[in-house]
Design a protein around this ligand. Structure first.
Ligand SMILES: *[C@@H]1O[C@H](CO)[C@@H](O)[C@H](O)[C@H]1NC(C)=O
Ligand SMILES: *[C@@H]1O[C@H](CO)[C@@H](O)[C@H](O)[C@H]1NC(C)=O
Ligand SMILES: *[C@@H]1O[C@H](CO)[C@@H](O)[C@H](O)[C@H]1NC(C)=O
Ligand SMILES: *[C@@H]1O[C@H](CO)[C@@H](O)[C@H](O)[C@H]1NC(C)=O
Ligand SMILES: *[C@@H]1O[C@H](CO)[C@@H](O)[C@H](O)[C@H]1NC(C)=O
Ligand SMILES: *[C@@H]1O[C@H](CO)[C@@H](O)[C@H](O)[C@H]1NC(C)=O
Ligand SMILES: *[C@@H]1O[C@H](CO)[C@@H](O)[C@H](O)[C@H]1NC(C)=O
Ligand SMILES: *[C@@H]1O[C@H](CO)[C@@H](O)[C@H](O)[C@H]1NC(C)=O
Ligand SMILES: *[C@@H]1O[C@H](CO)[C@@H](O)[C@H](O)[C@H]1NC(C)=O
Length: 353
């Protein structure tokens, strides 16, 4: 019993330390976690906890679960990456379904509007994904119409839908362009399932994370696709500190410059967004947006990433790998120094005879 209590205390003590470190990563008095999601500063929950209101999240109770969930506007947030400047959210998919009661098609065109926000649709992580047996669907933006057509009829595309394959048969994908902050789903009505609704009632269009999609033929014949995601799919947005200034210009204003940790750097050659982001300098990790947020990496604790077969010594921002006296480094390995001794010479002569 005592032992149990003790180990419980140990657990709390350890998690207490982690909790302190996490608390230090946010503004004083601000929560750094909502439900299962870490909320590192820049982002913040409620008033005065985010760097500005564009990064403010709500941590709301949700129906049917005991855990609260963070929301960015109406989007549920599932993950935030400081390192890559990305946020994972859930956004609605678009649907086109045959309606038996009217004998026509019913549409649900989902849209997302991030205009004026610090967020952009990631063009590297998402794809326009269309599922259907007689479907032509698009993502429309203020300057593009991007989509593809999908068919199951072997006579149309000489292909049959296959699990795990999304290349025109029952499923197709198109790339997302750069710098998109507004998009809407759209179905061409000339392509519909009024003739095939018994085998395939619905078509779907989702702008979603490529990595979390895997086509299944069951998506065509049932509502499995919609049900799996409960109508909302994972999407990746890139974020940035919006400004027309370069890093060098932004750095001059001490009150607004965001890369405040020592050993942090500013990156402004962003491909998708207008502005800059911060990162910890090489050899450091943590949160560049808070004071002393970037901590030295102890490379010697991780020799898989930082291999050292000799004596590893951590330094600020780096490490050294050396060999003990009597050995020397060769191709990353410590080799014993050969001693030249006279008595070795006759041995060589003898063995070669
Ligand atoms: C979260 O809760 C706040 C306060 O009750 C409310 O104003 C907001 O609309 C809620 N957001 C979501 C996405 O439910
Ligand atoms: C379904 O598409 C056909 C053309 O393939 C079109 O003639 C028809 O009007 C469409 N039906 C509906 C309900 O949109
Ligand atoms: C694809 O996988 C689903 C289950 O995920 C299965 O029901 C279906 O029969 C499979 N389709 C093919 C063509 O193998
Ligand atoms: C996708 O699902 C199929 C089975 O339906 C599976 O064989 C394949 O490994 C999956 N691919 C990925 C990338 O998860
Ligand atoms: C620096 O930034 C602050 C906050 O954005 C702003 O109020 C101030 O005018 C800026 N100063 C200069 C010199 O641009
Ligand atoms: C960061 O800078 C502060 C003062 O600006 C200094 O006290 C602190 O030691 C520095 N931390 C590191 C890890 O260099
Ligand atoms: C631009 O950004 C990439 C990473 O996205 C980085 O590798 C590269 O060094 C940067 N170039 C300049 C000139 O800052
Ligand atoms: C770390 O040290 C090595 C060897 O001295 C050097 O090549 C490397 O550039 C250093 N890395 C950093 C991040 O300073
Ligand atoms: C990692 O450390 C272990 C123990 O010191 C050592 O045996 C191993 O060779 C090291 N691995 C690498 C990749 O350096």
């Amino acid at each position: 019993m005592t032992k149990l209590l003790h180990s419980t205390c140990l657990l709390i003590c350890i998690s207490g330390v982690i909790g302190l470190a996490a608390a230090a990563a946010g503004h004083p008095g601000c929560k750094t976690r909502c439900g299962d999601v870490d909320i590192p500063f820049l982002f913040g929950i409620g008033d005065d906890c985010a760097i500005h209101k564009g990064f403010r999240l709500e941590c709301n109770a949700t129906k049917g679960t005991s855990n609260p969930k963070p929301f960015l506007g109406n989007f549920e947030v599932t993950k935030i990456s400081m390192e890559d400047g990305k946020v994972w959210v859930k956004a609605y998919m678009s649907t086109q379904c045959y309606d038996q009661s009217t004998g026509g098609m019913s549409y649900n065109d989902a849209s997302a509007n991030l205009i004026g926000s610090s967020f952009w649709l990631s063009y590297t992580d998402n794809k326009v994904t269309v599922i259907g047996c007689q479907t032509l669907a698009y993502m429309t933006t203020d300057s593009y119409v991007i989509g593809c057509s999908s068919a199951c009829d072997n006579k149309v595309n000489k292909l049959t839908p296959k699990n795990g394959s999304c290349s025109g048969a029952g499923c197709c994908q198109a790339n997302v362009p750069k710098s998109i902050q507004y998009y809407q789903g759209y179905f061409n009505e000339g392509y519909n399932t009024t003739k095939i609704w018994m085998s395939s009632p619905c078509s779907y269009m989702a702008v979603m994370e490529t990595a979390s999609f895997n086509f299944s033929t069951s998506y065509l014949t049932s509502s499995v696709f919609y049900d799996t995601y409960k109508g909302v799919v994972p999407v990746v947005y890139d974020w940035a500190i919006i400004t027309s200034k370069t890093c060098e210009e932004a750095r001059r204003n001490k009150t607004s410059y965001a890369c405040i940790s020592n050993n942090s750097q500013c990156i402004d050659n962003l491909t998708n967004a207008q502005g800059y982001r911060c990162k910890c300098s090489n050899g450091y990790e943590g949160n560049p947006y808070i004071k002393d947020g970037c901590k030295d990496i102890d490379e010697c604790l991780n020799n898989a990433t930082y291999p050292c077969k000799g004596i590893c010594t951590n330094t600020l921002g780096n490490f050294t790998c050396s060999c003990s006296p009597g050995s020397y480094m060769m191709n990353g390995d410590c080799m014993p120094k050969k001693k030249l001794r006279f008595d070795s010479v006759p041995v060589v002569v003898v063995s070669s005879n």
